[in-house]
Design a protein around this ligand. Structure first.
Ligand SMILES: [Zn+2]
Length: 334
């Protein structure tokens, strides 16, 4: 399988500084990408598709904010990396805000996704990697893997969160749709892909299915509940299959079969897979019980759909296990 990665993604390397001056570990580290690379064969770099495919998914003012946020934070005399701390949860609306602190709240939904000096570059090349891998699928590869990081599935049209800044899977899905494909997105990260869902929630031309930890107990809490099915033209084109903490392959496979049946029923001709290895039993921030060989089983079931597939890397925080878990999934798909 052709695999894609651009070393410029490593420029995103934030630190989490606490208000008392201490630091906490940041789970979405460049070491994740290096661990996956060590388990792959040769990888191809990203081709620059420019900002147009990003603007097709993200708000232009949001992109401008993301581009300058770290510079603005430092220009305001602040130390460390930029992060929000006040959010407009009541009557959120477009406002002409001046101060970087205000913009950070307006364009994010949590405080766990700091913007560092290299964040724009890392996120930009992560998205370009997804687009380059998509090109391979569009010209006839049966499957391709985009080693994206930072990940993307929590990012929406005009907001970041959950370690995500640009929604790589959605950017690729939108580009594939523009190229005339009928796209389904299958999100198998431990966490609900709330940004991806939000981007396509009112659209009937892209199907979104997600299997994830029940948001009543797990991040991102406010989205991914089973009764979220899409709205308007998108009604029925969103499928959420939450599972309880502790779920293993026996609980996972029936949900996967439901998702695959729905994708087949939708008539998709291209599949974008948001793959997170944080469903692994030893993941430090997650609570499913999948084992490494289970990823080959999952992937073989997905491959049975017979659709061309673009695999986009999302989460997975047990760095030492990340290579084998990605390799098992890709081998199962092939
Ligand atoms: Zn995740």
């Amino acid at each position: 399988m052709r695999c894609f990665f651009d070393p410029r993604q490593l420029a995103h390397a934030p630190t989490m500084e606490l208000h008392n001056g201490g630091f906490v570990p940041y789970a979405e580290t460049p070491a994740r990408a290096e661990a996956v690379l060590a388990a792959l064969g040769p990888v191809e770099g990203a081709v620059d598709h420019g900002e147009a495919p990003l603007r097709a998914v993200h708000d232009e003012a949001y992109l401008a904010f993301l581009w300058s946020a770290h510079k603005d934070w430092r220009a305001a005399g602040r130390a460390g990396d930029a992060s929000g701390y006040a959010w407009p949860i009541v009557r959120r609306r477009p406002l002409a805000l001046d101060r970087i602190d205000a913009k950070l709240g307006a364009y994010s939904f949590d405080a766990s996704s700091p913007i560092a000096e290299g964040t724009w570059g890392g996120a930009y090349w992560s998205a370009q990697t997804a687009l380059t891998a998509l090109d391979a699928v569009l010209v006839g590869e049966r499957a391709a893997f985009a080693l994206c990081r930072p990940p993307g599935h929590h990012a929406g049209r005009d907001y970041l969160g959950g370690y995500c800044h640009l929604n790589n899977a959605a950017i690729a899905a939108e580009a594939a749709t523009t190229a005339g494909r009928r796209v389904a997105i299958l999100d198998v990260d431990y966490h609900h892909g709330n940004g991806t869902q939000d981007l396509f929630y009112e659209r009937g031309d892209v199907f979104f299915a997600s299997i994830h930890a029940d948001p009543r107990t797990d991040y991102p809490y406010f989205w991914g509940h089973a009764d979220e099915r899409g709205e308007g033209a998108g009604e029925g084109a969103t499928l959420n299959l939450p599972l309880p903490r502790g779920a293993g392959l026996a609980e996972y496979l029936p949900a996967l079969e439901r998702a695959l049946a729905a994708i087949a029923g939708f008539g998709a001709d291209l599949l974008v897979i948001s793959y997170g290895a944080d469903t692994w039993a030893g993941d430090p921030i997650s609570f499913f019980k999948l084992e490494t060989p289970d990823y080959a089983v999952m992937a073989a079931r997905i491959a049975s759909l017979g659709l061309p597939g673009l695999v986009v890397m999302e989460g997975g925080y047990a760095v030492d296990a990340l290579g084998p878990n990605v390799a098992a999934f890709l081998e199962g798909l092939a």
